[in-house]
Design a protein around this ligand. Sequence first.
Ligand code: FAD
Length: 455
Amino acid sequence: VASVVLFTSDLRLYDHPPLRAALAAGDEVVPLFVRDRAVEAAGFAAPNRAAFLADCLADLDTALRERGGRLVVRSGDLVTQVCAVAAQADAGEVHMAAAHSAFATRREDRLGRALEAAGRRLVVHDAVTVAVPPGEVTPATSDHFAVFTPYYRHWARARLRAVLSAPRRVRVPDRATGERPPVRGAVTGVSPALPRGGESEGRKRLTAYWRAGLADYADTHDDLAADATSRLSAHLHFGTLSPVELVHRARRHGGPGAEALVRQLAWRDFHRQVLAARPDAAHADYRGKGDHWRTERTARDDIEAWRQGRTGYPVIDAAMRQLRHEGWMHNRARLLTAGFLTKTLYVDWRIGAAHFLYWLVDGDIANNQLNWQWMAGTGTDTRPNRVLNPVLQARRYDPEGAYVRRWVPELGGVAGPAVHEPWKLPGGVRAALDYPDPVVGLAEGLDRFRRARGR
Ligand code: FAD
Protein backbone atom coordinates (compact mmCIF):
# COMPACT_ATOMS: atom_id res chain seq x y z
CA VAL A 1 0.00 0.00 0.00
CA ALA A 2 1.08 3.52 -0.72
CA SER A 3 0.35 6.80 1.06
CA VAL A 4 1.01 10.41 0.15
CA VAL A 5 2.74 12.92 2.44
CA LEU A 6 1.86 16.45 1.45
CA PHE A 7 4.58 18.89 2.58
CA THR A 8 3.47 22.48 3.10
CA SER A 9 5.16 24.61 5.82
CA ASP A 10 7.05 21.63 7.19
CA LEU A 11 9.90 21.06 4.73
CA ARG A 12 11.97 18.63 6.77
CA LEU A 13 12.51 14.95 7.53
CA TYR A 14 13.38 15.26 11.24
CA ASP A 15 10.48 15.25 13.67
CA HIS A 16 7.81 14.99 11.00
CA PRO A 17 4.65 13.24 12.27
CA PRO A 18 2.85 13.08 8.87
CA LEU A 19 5.81 11.34 7.25
CA ARG A 20 6.16 8.93 10.16
CA ALA A 21 2.47 8.05 10.04
CA ALA A 22 2.55 7.53 6.27
CA LEU A 23 5.55 5.23 6.58
CA ALA A 24 3.78 3.27 9.29
CA ALA A 25 0.65 2.93 7.14
CA GLY A 26 2.27 1.17 4.19
CA ASP A 27 5.47 0.24 2.43
CA GLU A 28 5.53 3.05 -0.14
CA VAL A 29 5.22 6.81 0.33
CA VAL A 30 4.96 9.68 -2.13
CA PRO A 31 6.59 12.81 -0.63
CA LEU A 32 4.75 15.58 -2.44
CA PHE A 33 5.09 19.34 -2.66
CA VAL A 34 2.61 21.35 -4.72
CA ARG A 35 3.39 24.85 -5.93
CA ASP A 36 -0.07 26.15 -5.31
CA ARG A 37 -1.07 28.63 -8.00
CA ALA A 38 -3.48 30.27 -5.57
CA VAL A 39 -0.56 31.20 -3.26
CA GLU A 40 1.26 32.73 -6.21
CA ALA A 41 -1.88 34.54 -7.41
CA ALA A 42 -2.35 36.02 -3.93
CA GLY A 43 1.14 37.54 -4.18
CA PHE A 44 2.39 35.63 -1.17
CA ALA A 45 5.21 33.93 -3.04
CA ALA A 46 7.42 37.06 -2.84
CA PRO A 47 10.87 36.74 -4.44
CA ASN A 48 12.94 36.44 -1.24
CA ARG A 49 10.76 33.64 0.08
CA ALA A 50 10.67 32.00 -3.35
CA ALA A 51 14.47 31.82 -3.24
CA PHE A 52 14.50 30.31 0.25
CA LEU A 53 11.75 27.87 -0.75
CA ALA A 54 13.70 26.64 -3.77
CA ASP A 55 16.65 25.83 -1.48
CA CYS A 56 14.30 24.03 0.91
CA LEU A 57 12.87 21.86 -1.87
CA ALA A 58 16.31 21.08 -3.28
CA ASP A 59 17.54 20.11 0.17
CA LEU A 60 14.48 17.97 0.89
CA ASP A 61 14.92 16.14 -2.41
CA THR A 62 18.59 15.48 -1.60
CA ALA A 63 17.74 14.16 1.87
CA LEU A 64 15.05 11.89 0.41
CA ARG A 65 17.44 10.59 -2.25
CA GLU A 66 19.96 9.72 0.45
CA ARG A 67 17.20 7.50 1.84
CA GLY A 68 16.34 5.84 -1.45
CA GLY A 69 13.46 8.17 -2.31
CA ARG A 70 12.86 11.53 -4.00
CA LEU A 71 10.58 14.55 -3.79
CA VAL A 72 7.64 14.75 -6.18
CA VAL A 73 6.90 18.37 -7.15
CA ARG A 74 3.74 19.46 -8.93
CA SER A 75 2.28 22.86 -9.87
CA GLY A 76 -1.30 24.03 -10.19
CA ASP A 77 -4.37 23.84 -7.99
CA LEU A 78 -3.26 22.04 -4.84
CA VAL A 79 -6.42 19.97 -4.43
CA THR A 80 -6.41 18.81 -8.07
CA GLN A 81 -2.73 17.90 -7.93
CA VAL A 82 -2.89 15.98 -4.65
CA CYS A 83 -5.90 14.01 -5.88
CA ALA A 84 -4.10 13.22 -9.14
CA VAL A 85 -0.97 12.01 -7.36
CA ALA A 86 -3.01 9.95 -4.88
CA ALA A 87 -4.85 8.31 -7.81
CA GLN A 88 -1.63 7.69 -9.70
CA ALA A 89 -0.03 6.03 -6.67
CA ASP A 90 -3.28 4.31 -5.69
CA ALA A 91 -2.82 5.74 -2.20
CA GLY A 92 -5.47 5.19 0.46
CA GLU A 93 -4.30 8.03 2.71
CA VAL A 94 -2.86 11.52 2.39
CA HIS A 95 -1.04 12.87 5.45
CA MET A 96 -0.39 16.54 6.09
CA ALA A 97 0.22 19.11 8.86
CA ALA A 98 -2.77 21.04 10.23
CA ALA A 99 -3.34 24.45 8.68
CA HIS A 100 -4.05 27.60 10.71
CA SER A 101 -4.75 30.52 8.37
CA ALA A 102 -8.10 31.13 6.67
CA PHE A 103 -6.68 30.36 3.24
CA ALA A 104 -4.94 27.15 4.30
CA THR A 105 -7.88 25.91 6.36
CA ARG A 106 -10.28 26.35 3.43
CA ARG A 107 -7.82 24.52 1.21
CA GLU A 108 -7.49 21.70 3.74
CA ASP A 109 -11.30 21.33 3.93
CA ARG A 110 -11.60 21.26 0.16
CA LEU A 111 -8.87 18.62 -0.07
CA GLY A 112 -10.53 16.45 2.57
CA ARG A 113 -13.84 16.48 0.69
CA ALA A 114 -12.25 15.79 -2.71
CA LEU A 115 -10.27 12.85 -1.36
CA GLU A 116 -13.27 11.44 0.41
CA ALA A 117 -15.29 11.61 -2.80
CA ALA A 118 -12.58 9.48 -4.41
CA GLY A 119 -12.67 6.94 -1.57
CA ARG A 120 -9.46 8.17 0.09
CA ARG A 121 -8.73 9.69 3.47
CA LEU A 122 -7.01 12.92 4.52
CA VAL A 123 -5.17 12.57 7.84
CA VAL A 124 -4.29 15.92 9.41
CA HIS A 125 -1.52 16.06 12.06
CA ASP A 126 -1.26 18.62 14.86
CA ALA A 127 1.93 19.96 16.46
CA VAL A 128 3.96 19.93 13.25
CA THR A 129 4.26 23.66 12.54
CA VAL A 130 3.60 24.78 16.13
CA ALA A 131 4.64 23.43 19.52
CA VAL A 132 1.20 23.71 21.13
CA PRO A 133 -1.65 23.61 18.57
CA PRO A 134 -4.31 26.35 18.49
CA GLY A 135 -7.24 25.43 20.69
CA GLU A 136 -5.24 23.09 22.91
CA VAL A 137 -5.02 25.64 25.71
CA THR A 138 -7.96 28.04 26.02
CA PRO A 139 -9.39 30.29 28.72
CA ALA A 140 -12.67 29.24 30.35
CA THR A 141 -14.79 31.72 28.45
CA SER A 142 -13.32 31.97 24.94
CA ASP A 143 -11.85 29.89 22.12
CA HIS A 144 -8.50 31.67 22.31
CA PHE A 145 -6.32 33.78 24.59
CA ALA A 146 -6.27 37.49 23.78
CA VAL A 147 -3.49 38.28 26.28
CA PHE A 148 -0.04 36.69 26.11
CA THR A 149 0.88 36.37 29.81
CA PRO A 150 -1.97 34.04 30.85
CA TYR A 151 -1.58 32.19 27.56
CA TYR A 152 2.07 31.60 28.32
CA ARG A 153 1.30 30.21 31.78
CA HIS A 154 -1.00 27.59 30.24
CA TRP A 155 1.23 26.99 27.21
CA ALA A 156 4.21 26.27 29.46
CA ARG A 157 2.26 23.51 31.22
CA ALA A 158 0.99 21.84 28.03
CA ARG A 159 2.36 18.38 27.28
CA LEU A 160 4.54 18.27 24.21
CA ARG A 161 4.66 15.18 22.04
CA ALA A 162 7.99 13.32 21.86
CA VAL A 163 10.47 14.25 19.11
CA LEU A 164 10.64 11.83 16.18
CA SER A 165 13.84 10.85 14.41
CA ALA A 166 14.23 11.13 10.64
CA PRO A 167 13.34 7.95 8.71
CA ARG A 168 16.23 5.81 7.45
CA ARG A 169 14.54 4.69 4.22
CA VAL A 170 11.76 6.13 2.12
CA ARG A 171 10.49 4.03 -0.81
CA VAL A 172 8.72 6.05 -3.47
CA PRO A 173 6.65 4.21 -6.10
CA ASP A 174 7.97 4.70 -9.66
CA ARG A 175 4.49 5.47 -10.91
CA ALA A 176 4.38 8.79 -9.00
CA THR A 177 5.48 11.51 -11.40
CA GLY A 178 6.15 15.21 -11.11
CA GLU A 179 8.43 18.06 -12.14
CA ARG A 180 12.11 18.07 -11.45
CA PRO A 181 12.70 19.74 -8.02
CA PRO A 182 14.75 22.94 -8.16
CA VAL A 183 18.48 22.81 -7.54
CA ARG A 184 20.00 24.77 -4.69
CA GLY A 185 20.45 28.45 -5.47
CA ALA A 186 18.29 28.10 -8.62
CA VAL A 187 16.09 31.04 -7.67
CA THR A 188 17.48 34.42 -6.63
CA GLY A 189 15.55 36.84 -4.45
CA VAL A 190 15.58 40.62 -4.48
CA SER A 191 17.85 41.11 -1.44
CA PRO A 192 21.59 40.70 -1.97
CA ALA A 193 22.36 39.02 1.38
CA LEU A 194 19.71 36.35 1.76
CA PRO A 195 20.22 33.34 4.00
CA ARG A 196 20.21 29.90 2.43
CA GLY A 197 17.20 27.70 2.92
CA GLY A 198 16.85 24.01 3.64
CA GLU A 199 16.76 21.63 6.56
CA SER A 200 20.50 20.97 6.53
CA GLU A 201 21.16 24.74 6.78
CA GLY A 202 18.59 25.03 9.56
CA ARG A 203 20.18 22.23 11.57
CA LYS A 204 23.63 23.78 11.14
CA ARG A 205 22.33 27.13 12.35
CA LEU A 206 20.57 25.45 15.28
CA THR A 207 23.71 23.60 16.39
CA ALA A 208 25.88 26.70 16.04
CA TYR A 209 23.44 28.88 17.98
CA TRP A 210 23.01 26.35 20.75
CA ARG A 211 26.78 26.25 21.12
CA ALA A 212 27.56 29.95 20.90
CA GLY A 213 24.48 32.15 21.36
CA LEU A 214 21.72 30.57 23.39
CA ALA A 215 23.23 30.94 26.86
CA ASP A 216 23.40 34.74 26.47
CA TYR A 217 20.07 35.20 24.63
CA ALA A 218 18.27 36.75 27.62
CA ASP A 219 20.92 39.48 27.92
CA THR A 220 21.66 40.12 24.26
CA HIS A 221 18.44 39.60 22.30
CA ASP A 222 17.52 43.29 22.35
CA ASP A 223 20.99 44.55 21.46
CA LEU A 224 20.69 45.78 17.88
CA ALA A 225 24.40 45.92 17.08
CA ALA A 226 25.22 42.55 18.68
CA ASP A 227 22.80 40.81 16.29
CA ALA A 228 22.70 37.95 18.78
CA THR A 229 19.28 36.41 18.16
CA SER A 230 18.93 32.93 16.70
CA ARG A 231 17.93 33.91 13.14
CA LEU A 232 15.89 30.72 13.01
CA SER A 233 12.68 32.50 11.98
CA ALA A 234 12.76 31.60 8.26
CA HIS A 235 13.47 27.99 9.19
CA LEU A 236 10.49 28.02 11.51
CA HIS A 237 8.34 29.65 8.84
CA PHE A 238 9.17 27.03 6.22
CA GLY A 239 9.26 24.25 8.82
CA THR A 240 12.80 23.17 8.07
CA LEU A 241 13.07 23.09 11.86
CA SER A 242 10.43 21.72 14.20
CA PRO A 243 9.13 24.01 16.96
CA VAL A 244 8.43 20.96 19.16
CA GLU A 245 12.05 19.87 18.84
CA LEU A 246 13.29 23.41 19.57
CA VAL A 247 11.27 23.72 22.76
CA HIS A 248 12.40 20.28 23.99
CA ARG A 249 16.03 21.09 23.23
CA ALA A 250 15.89 24.53 24.84
CA ARG A 251 14.33 23.07 27.99
CA ARG A 252 16.99 20.39 28.14
CA HIS A 253 19.67 23.05 27.76
CA GLY A 254 18.12 25.14 30.56
CA GLY A 255 19.24 28.51 31.93
CA PRO A 256 17.91 32.03 31.42
CA GLY A 257 18.87 32.23 27.73
CA ALA A 258 17.02 29.07 26.81
CA GLU A 259 14.02 30.09 28.94
CA ALA A 260 13.82 33.45 27.18
CA LEU A 261 13.97 31.76 23.77
CA VAL A 262 11.19 29.34 24.73
CA ARG A 263 9.08 32.36 25.64
CA GLN A 264 9.61 33.80 22.14
CA LEU A 265 8.59 30.47 20.63
CA ALA A 266 5.42 30.70 22.70
CA TRP A 267 4.71 34.10 21.10
CA ARG A 268 4.75 32.31 17.77
CA ASP A 269 2.10 29.84 18.96
CA PHE A 270 0.16 32.66 20.62
CA HIS A 271 -0.29 34.54 17.35
CA ARG A 272 -1.30 31.33 15.59
CA GLN A 273 -4.03 30.57 18.09
CA VAL A 274 -5.35 34.14 17.66
CA LEU A 275 -5.34 33.78 13.88
CA ALA A 276 -6.91 30.31 13.95
CA ALA A 277 -9.80 31.64 16.06
CA ARG A 278 -10.06 35.00 14.27
CA PRO A 279 -8.89 34.42 10.68
CA ASP A 280 -10.05 37.90 9.65
CA ALA A 281 -7.36 39.40 11.93
CA ALA A 282 -4.96 38.87 9.03
CA HIS A 283 -6.50 41.97 7.43
CA ALA A 284 -9.09 43.54 9.71
CA ASP A 285 -8.44 45.15 13.09
CA TYR A 286 -8.52 42.52 15.83
CA ARG A 287 -9.97 45.12 18.16
CA GLY A 288 -11.77 47.71 16.11
CA LYS A 289 -10.38 51.09 17.12
CA GLY A 290 -12.20 52.94 14.38
CA ASP A 291 -8.89 54.53 13.44
CA HIS A 292 -8.82 56.86 10.46
CA TRP A 293 -5.31 56.00 9.41
CA ARG A 294 -3.41 58.00 6.86
CA THR A 295 -3.05 56.07 3.61
CA GLU A 296 -1.10 55.98 0.32
CA ARG A 297 -3.28 58.84 -0.85
CA THR A 298 -2.86 61.10 2.18
CA ALA A 299 0.68 60.25 3.29
CA ARG A 300 2.47 59.11 0.16
CA ASP A 301 5.79 60.90 0.77
CA ASP A 302 6.01 59.80 4.41
CA ILE A 303 5.30 56.19 3.47
CA GLU A 304 7.89 56.25 0.72
CA ALA A 305 10.51 57.78 3.05
CA TRP A 306 9.79 54.97 5.52
CA ARG A 307 10.03 52.26 2.87
CA GLN A 308 13.31 53.63 1.51
CA GLY A 309 14.93 54.24 4.91
CA ARG A 310 15.01 58.04 4.45
CA THR A 311 12.86 59.24 7.37
CA GLY A 312 15.66 61.22 8.98
CA TYR A 313 15.50 59.03 12.11
CA PRO A 314 18.74 57.04 11.91
CA VAL A 315 17.63 53.89 13.77
CA ILE A 316 14.45 53.64 11.68
CA ASP A 317 16.39 54.13 8.46
CA ALA A 318 19.05 51.60 9.47
CA ALA A 319 16.37 49.00 10.12
CA MET A 320 14.48 49.63 6.88
CA ARG A 321 17.70 49.30 4.91
CA GLN A 322 18.65 46.09 6.71
CA LEU A 323 15.26 44.69 5.67
CA ARG A 324 15.95 45.36 2.00
CA HIS A 325 19.49 44.09 2.14
CA GLU A 326 18.99 40.88 4.12
CA GLY A 327 15.26 40.13 3.88
CA TRP A 328 15.36 40.12 7.66
CA MET A 329 15.20 42.65 10.47
CA HIS A 330 16.01 42.44 14.17
CA ASN A 331 12.91 42.12 16.40
CA ARG A 332 13.63 45.35 18.29
CA ALA A 333 14.00 47.12 14.94
CA ARG A 334 10.68 45.62 13.74
CA LEU A 335 9.01 47.03 16.84
CA LEU A 336 10.52 50.47 16.28
CA THR A 337 9.80 50.72 12.55
CA ALA A 338 6.23 49.42 12.93
CA GLY A 339 5.61 51.76 15.86
CA PHE A 340 7.05 54.67 13.91
CA LEU A 341 4.87 54.07 10.85
CA THR A 342 1.65 53.59 12.81
CA LYS A 343 2.03 55.92 15.74
CA THR A 344 4.42 58.65 14.64
CA LEU A 345 3.35 58.82 10.99
CA TYR A 346 -0.16 57.52 11.77
CA VAL A 347 -0.23 55.34 8.68
CA ASP A 348 -2.46 52.27 8.29
CA TRP A 349 -0.68 49.20 9.68
CA ARG A 350 -1.71 47.16 6.61
CA ILE A 351 0.58 49.30 4.43
CA GLY A 352 3.57 48.50 6.63
CA ALA A 353 2.62 44.85 6.98
CA ALA A 354 2.44 44.46 3.20
CA HIS A 355 5.89 46.01 2.77
CA PHE A 356 7.32 43.63 5.37
CA LEU A 357 5.63 40.65 3.72
CA TYR A 358 7.23 41.54 0.41
CA TRP A 359 10.77 41.62 1.80
CA LEU A 360 10.88 39.26 4.78
CA VAL A 361 12.22 35.76 4.20
CA ASP A 362 10.39 34.77 7.39
CA GLY A 363 7.28 36.72 6.25
CA ASP A 364 4.42 34.94 7.91
CA ILE A 365 0.72 35.80 8.01
CA ALA A 366 0.23 35.07 11.72
CA ASN A 367 3.48 36.55 13.02
CA ASN A 368 3.61 39.52 10.72
CA GLN A 369 0.01 40.70 10.71
CA LEU A 370 -0.52 40.16 14.43
CA ASN A 371 2.76 41.73 15.47
CA TRP A 372 1.83 44.71 13.29
CA GLN A 373 -1.56 44.89 14.97
CA TRP A 374 0.16 44.64 18.34
CA MET A 375 2.31 47.66 17.52
CA ALA A 376 -0.58 49.60 15.94
CA GLY A 377 -2.63 49.12 19.10
CA THR A 378 -5.41 47.36 17.21
CA GLY A 379 -4.29 43.89 18.31
CA THR A 380 -3.50 42.13 21.56
CA ASP A 381 -1.28 44.74 23.24
CA THR A 382 -2.76 45.52 26.64
CA ARG A 383 -1.34 49.05 26.32
CA PRO A 384 -2.55 49.96 22.82
CA ASN A 385 -1.55 53.62 23.12
CA ARG A 386 2.08 53.07 24.08
CA VAL A 387 4.50 54.93 21.82
CA LEU A 388 8.15 53.94 21.45
CA ASN A 389 10.39 56.99 21.11
CA PRO A 390 12.90 56.09 18.37
CA VAL A 391 15.66 58.29 19.83
CA LEU A 392 15.39 56.97 23.39
CA GLN A 393 15.02 53.41 22.13
CA ALA A 394 18.05 53.83 19.86
CA ARG A 395 20.16 55.14 22.76
CA ARG A 396 19.08 52.19 24.84
CA TYR A 397 19.38 49.34 22.32
CA ASP A 398 22.20 50.72 20.16
CA PRO A 399 24.10 52.70 22.81
CA GLU A 400 27.24 53.24 20.74
CA GLY A 401 25.40 53.76 17.45
CA ALA A 402 27.17 50.82 15.77
CA TYR A 403 23.95 49.42 14.29
CA VAL A 404 23.11 52.75 12.68
CA ARG A 405 26.59 53.24 11.24
CA ARG A 406 26.50 49.69 9.80
CA TRP A 407 23.40 50.41 7.71
CA VAL A 408 23.47 54.18 7.13
CA PRO A 409 26.85 54.93 5.56
CA GLU A 410 26.02 58.65 5.24
CA LEU A 411 26.37 58.76 9.04
CA GLY A 412 29.46 56.51 9.13
CA GLY A 413 31.68 59.39 10.24
CA VAL A 414 29.57 60.39 13.24
CA ALA A 415 31.06 58.82 16.36
CA GLY A 416 29.18 57.43 19.36
CA PRO A 417 25.52 57.92 20.29
CA ALA A 418 25.44 61.39 18.64
CA VAL A 419 24.62 59.44 15.47
CA HIS A 420 21.06 58.98 16.73
CA GLU A 421 20.28 62.72 16.56
CA PRO A 422 22.04 64.19 13.54
CA TRP A 423 19.88 67.33 13.77
CA LYS A 424 21.77 68.23 16.97
CA LEU A 425 25.19 68.14 15.31
CA PRO A 426 26.99 71.49 14.89
CA GLY A 427 25.66 73.34 11.82
CA GLY A 428 28.68 72.78 9.57
CA VAL A 429 28.94 69.08 10.39
CA ARG A 430 25.21 68.59 9.87
CA ALA A 431 25.21 70.47 6.57
CA ALA A 432 28.01 68.28 5.22
CA LEU A 433 25.99 65.09 5.71
CA ASP A 434 23.94 63.79 2.81
CA TYR A 435 21.17 62.73 5.17
CA PRO A 436 17.55 63.96 5.30
CA ASP A 437 15.88 66.00 8.03
CA PRO A 438 13.20 64.19 10.06
CA VAL A 439 9.96 63.72 8.06
CA VAL A 440 8.04 64.87 11.12
CA GLY A 441 8.93 66.08 14.61
CA LEU A 442 8.32 63.49 17.33
CA ALA A 443 6.13 65.85 19.35
CA GLU A 444 4.05 66.67 16.30
CA GLY A 445 3.62 62.99 15.43
CA LEU A 446 2.64 62.15 18.99
CA ASP A 447 0.17 64.99 19.05
CA ARG A 448 -1.49 63.79 15.83
CA PHE A 449 -1.70 60.26 17.22
CA ARG A 450 -3.21 61.38 20.52
CA ARG A 451 -5.78 63.56 18.84
CA ALA A 452 -6.71 60.72 16.48
CA ARG A 453 -7.10 58.31 19.37
CA GLY A 454 -9.08 60.86 21.33
CA ARG A 455 -6.69 61.06 24.26
P1 FAD B 1 14.72 35.05 17.99
O1 FAD B 1 14.74 36.23 18.87
O2 FAD B 1 15.93 34.18 17.96
O3 FAD B 1 13.43 34.21 18.40
C1 FAD B 1 13.30 32.82 18.15
C2 FAD B 1 12.02 32.55 17.41
O4 FAD B 1 10.89 32.91 18.19
C3 FAD B 1 11.87 33.33 16.13
O5 FAD B 1 12.56 32.72 15.08
C4 FAD B 1 10.37 33.35 15.93
O6 FAD B 1 9.91 32.18 15.32
C5 FAD B 1 9.85 33.39 17.36
N1 FAD B 1 9.56 34.79 17.73
C6 FAD B 1 10.39 35.69 18.25
N2 FAD B 1 9.73 36.85 18.50
C7 FAD B 1 8.48 36.67 18.10
C8 FAD B 1 7.32 37.50 18.10
N3 FAD B 1 7.30 38.76 18.55
N4 FAD B 1 6.17 36.97 17.59
C9 FAD B 1 6.15 35.70 17.11
N5 FAD B 1 7.20 34.90 17.11
C10 FAD B 1 8.35 35.36 17.59
N6 FAD B 1 8.32 36.90 12.83
C11 FAD B 1 8.21 36.03 11.82
O7 FAD B 1 8.62 34.88 11.94
N7 FAD B 1 7.62 36.41 10.65
C12 FAD B 1 7.15 37.66 10.44
O8 FAD B 1 6.63 37.96 9.37
C13 FAD B 1 7.29 38.60 11.50
N8 FAD B 1 6.88 39.89 11.35
C14 FAD B 1 7.00 40.77 12.41
C15 FAD B 1 6.52 42.08 12.26
C16 FAD B 1 6.63 42.99 13.31
C17 FAD B 1 6.08 44.39 13.14
C18 FAD B 1 7.21 42.59 14.52
C19 FAD B 1 7.33 43.54 15.67
C20 FAD B 1 7.68 41.28 14.68
C21 FAD B 1 7.58 40.36 13.63
N9 FAD B 1 8.05 39.04 13.77
C22 FAD B 1 7.91 38.16 12.72
C23 FAD B 1 8.54 38.53 15.07
C24 FAD B 1 10.05 38.65 15.31
O9 FAD B 1 10.48 39.95 15.05
C25 FAD B 1 10.85 37.67 14.45
O10 FAD B 1 10.35 36.36 14.60
C26 FAD B 1 12.33 37.65 14.87
O11 FAD B 1 12.89 38.92 14.76
C27 FAD B 1 13.10 36.67 14.00
O12 FAD B 1 14.45 36.66 14.32
P2 FAD B 1 15.11 35.46 15.13
O13 FAD B 1 14.76 34.16 14.51
O14 FAD B 1 16.56 35.76 15.27
O15 FAD B 1 14.35 35.58 16.52
